[in-house]
Design a protein. Structure first.
Lengths: 184, 292
């Protein structure tokens, strides 16, 4: 509960409309951003603990307990930047559905490589596609990223209040992206 | 005259290669194209000595023009097609671009806009909008939501509880859009809704039109208390804003039909505004087999 306090405090301050509409001094806007960032980082401790609890529950009958997994929420996805997918050849994408009914969702992950494959836990290939990140995004001031494309795939039927994970491998196999047509 | 067509469940997006013009057909059975482009209003500059002479600023939207200025009539476009998604990448200027996305299994069209840094070297503050237009008779009426709950009817140049004399026809018709804005033509039986990923200002200043404010950069304070112009910078340059609009629409089904447009809009709003959380974990230390 202590780990939630920073976010609680930030959200308490954020109740005022000045916090989000630009009708505050710039230094105040920047201070809100700082407070929110600290709050979100501290909340990561809770989400990590909660997810690892979920993963462990799924392995109760196994003789080998599930290893602790470090989950990164990639807060710079809004500028198509993510440290995990850029630095790791292989990575796991975990999608949690906070709704009380199943939903499907298209996932977009910024990547630096040319070919990737996506698998679900049942070793089934998930259809994916690489799309170049527009130059205007690559040139956003303050974007420090090696990602030049986004890997897109569909997470189908995420269970209510549950999760699905996908294993992404950078591979040498020709991807669907190379089969995509590009016309100008 | 060559056309490139992107298509998903009930929607069609057509790009005319020679002109760069894009048309959205939200109901592929009806020949009713929806046009979209980006414009900007220049902010009024006043001396702030009295109310009618206040500058456009953080608190008030007070454009100089009644008709916004087009950023670029003909964007440069690139098309990407694949098994999951089809996209048109449009560049309108060095500070305005957009990606139009048609996901194969979805029933809406996604428009991801990117604005900034808005140039102000000409000493003009600018307020950038995205405007949608379609040939519909909407009788000056449009709908915006109230904190993501019920839709409220808005009538152009009208207030329900007093006789209003509108002297600023653009800003006086702007309303908060928390998650969606829509127009309806009850004769043609067609509805068009635009869902936002954040609270924005929006209006319908002409029949069959929807406009949404995306980003503002102003160089004068409006004297309502901030004492700073709305001129934010990061890394020494004006801010860049990136966001999404989801366009959904088509024929309004008869009462009782399932799924109705309203139901589709609500489902889309839930999926986008309460979107699943995505987490990434490095997996270089274990194989797929170990993970599975």
């Amino acid at each position: 509960k202590v780990d939630l306090n920073s976010m609680r405090e930030a959200m308490g301050v954020m109740q005022h409309h000045d916090a989000i509409t630009g009708t505050e001094k710039q230094v105040v806007a920047e201070d809100y951003a700082r407070m929110l960032h600290l709050g979100i980082v501290e909340c990561d401790i809770i989400t990590n603990t909660a997810f690892n609890k979920l993963f462990t529950n799924n392995h109760l009958e196994d003789t080998n307990p599930a290893p602790q997994v470090n989950l990164d929420s990639c807060m710079l996805l809004n500028i198509s930047q993510c440290e995990v997918s850029e630095k790791s050849s292989n990575f796991v994408v975990t999608v949690y559905n906070p709704l009380s009914h199943p939903v499907s969702l298209y996932i977009r992950v910024p990547v630096p490589g040319q070919t990737y494959s996506v698998k679900d836990p049942n070793n089934k290939d998930v259809v994916s596609q690489l799309i170049p990140i527009p130059t205007s995004v690559l040139n956003i001031p303050g974007r420090f990223s090696s990602a030049t494309s986004e890997l897109v795939f569909r997470a189908v039927s995420l269970p209510p209040l549950g999760y699905r994970s996908y294993y992404v491998t950078g591979s040498k196999k020709k991807s669907t992206a190379q089969e995509s047509t590009t016309e100008e | 005259g060559e056309l490139i067509t992107l298509q998903n469940n009930g929607n069609k997006v057509q790009l005319t290669v020679s002109t760069g013009e894009v048309q959205l057909f939200l109901d592929d059975k009806k020949d009713l194209p929806l046009h979209q482009n980006f414009y900007y209003y220049t902010g009024f500059t006043g001396d702030n000595r009295q109310f009618f002479n206040r500058s456009s600023g953080a608190y008030i939207f007070r454009p100089k023009q009644k008709t916004p200025i087009t950023i670029a009539p003909k964007p440069v476009s690139e098309v990407y097609k694949g098994p999951v998604v089809e996209e048109i990448h449009q560049v309108f200027s060095d500070w305005m671009s957009q990606v139009i996305r048609v996901y194969k299994e979805e029933n809406h069209v996604e428009l991801e806009w990117l604005v900034g840094p808005i140039p102000v070297e000409d000493n003009e503050g600018k307020e950038v909008i995205s405007k949608f237009s379609i040939e519909l008779e909407t009788n000056g009426t449009f709908y915006t939501d109230s904190n993501g709950r019920e839709l409220l009817e808005r009538k152009r140049n009208f207030r329900s509880t007093w006789e209003v004399n509108i002297s600023e026809p653009v800003s006086a018709n702007y309303y908060p859009v928390t998650s969606r804005i829509l127009i309806r033509d009850t004769t043609k039986n067609v509805e068009v809704a635009v869902l936002t990923d954040r609270a924005q200002g929006g209006s319908s200043l002409g029949d069959g039109e929807i406009e949404l404010m995306l980003h503002r950069r102003l160089i004068h304070d409006d004297a309502f208390g901030v004492e700073e112009a709305l001129n934010e910078t990061a890394f020494g340059k004006g801010l860049v804003a990136r966001g999404k609009h989801y366009v959904i629409g088509g024929t309004i089904p008869p009462v009782g039909a399932s799924p109705s447009l309203a139901a589709l809009e609500r489902d889309l709003a839930q999926r986008k505004l309460l979107s699943p959380w995505t987490f990434l974990s490095p997996a270089d230390d274990f194989t797929f087999k170990q993970w599975a």
